[in-house]
Unconditional design. Sequence first.
Lengths: 115, 113
Amino acid sequence: GAGVSQSPRYKVAKRGQDVALRCDPISGHVSLFWYQQALGQGPEFLTYFQNEAQLDKSGLPSDRFFAERPEGSVSTLKIQRTQQEDSAVYLCASSFTARGKETQYFGPGTRLLVL
Amino acid sequence: AQSVTQPDIHITVSEGASLELRCNYSYGATPYLFWYVQSPGQGLQLLLKYFSGDTLVQGIKGFEAEFKRSQSSFNLRKPSVHWSDAAEYFCAVAENRDDKIIFGKGTRLHILP
């Protein structure tokens, strides 16, 4: 596709439910990033992949958060046993090279609401 | 730890007026600096970036930003705003050694007709 796509665009989950958020990066992009954007805040880094390798997961807030990119393309962010504080917009970004300071192209985000 | 501060949460300007959005960063070495714009329902779009060289950077949509090392600032400017510029603007900095981008909390720009 022309840009980064994310699905679903909106997700409502009951507290304790597991959710999976999908990111389709721009074809051929090596780097993939996940960010969490709470209401009224800037995006905060969660994790970074270079191809299928997860090189940085320092931003994942707890062990309930897990991300994978098994074939170096599509990525899934999974949140287990969701809590209300997980409510946020989850943004995915990709960049062409392995150097993340190159332009990152962002998807529209998945808005997660945990009740 | 590095950080980005955007002191203004909201800014209101009249259409056709000039604009300056402030950004200050905290980082020891020469940072990689970015400005992104986020319109409602849209993803973040890169306006411009500074890595090195000329400290005045031109971006898309008529925006420019100036890197001032002495003031640790990277302010965004536009000589004449349009109603379509109403959006949230984020300043961001990337670390040298890894590729994580640190975002400020954003400035919401309102345009008066």
